[in-house]
Design a protein around this ligand. Structure first.
Ligand code: ATP
Ligand code: MG
Length: 154
């Protein structure tokens, strides 16, 4: 665990996405919170989204929000999680349980957000936690240096 903590301390100071992999209960969320606390975003929000708990077809509006009239029944604007996170750290938990197509979409969103800021959404640091590891669809587009990968072992 000492080695993992020192990895976390290093990653905290580099503002890149983090992928946390490890079996249930090995401390993926604990580590995500630690990295946030040690980072320059510590005074901002830490927001966790359990992707497995949100139905796939609702996840996009949950993350990005919507404007009034965007669909039948949308009577008012709803801010998405990224907007609420507001330059803090957003942990997308259980991404491995999402359908591969949605994982790929999320990956594209996150890279867009990190490189030039998602339209009207302040750029937050992205973290992903997953067990089992996400599909290669999700992992493939990342250059090894563009995302820090940490394995938690408890
Ligand atoms: N290294 C650690 N130091 C302190 N507490 C830990 C550590 N690892 C795990 N725990 C404790 O174990 C519990 C589970 O940790 P955590 O929620 O971070 O695991 P997880 O990997 O996210 O698990 P899951 O995949 O089930 O969500 C927490 O209550 C946490 O307090
Ligand atoms: Mg967890």
């Amino acid at each position: 665990m000492r080695k993992i903590r020192s990895q976390a301390a290093l990653v905290a100071h580099v503002d890149i996405p983090v992928l946390l992999l490890g079996e249930s209960g090995t401390g993926k969320e604990v580590l995500a919170r630690l990295i946030h606390k040690l980072s320059r975003r510590a005074h901002r929000t830490f927001l966790k989204v359990n992707c497995a708990a949100v139905p796939a077809d609702l996840l996009e509006s949950e993350l990005f929000g919507y404007e009034p009239g965007a669909f039948t029944g949308a009577t008012h604007a709803k801010p998405g999680k990224f907007e609420l996170c507001n330059k803090g750290t957003i942990l997308l938990d259980e991404i491995g349980e999402m359908p591969p197509a949605l994982q790929a979409k999320l990956c594209t969103f996150s890279k867009t957000s990190n490189s030039r800021g998602w339209a009207a959404v302040p750029s937050s640091r992205w973290m992903f936690a997953s067990w089992p590891p996400p599909t290669s669809t999700f992992l493939k587009p990342w250059r090894p240096s563009a995302c820090a990968k940490i394995f938690t072992t408890g």
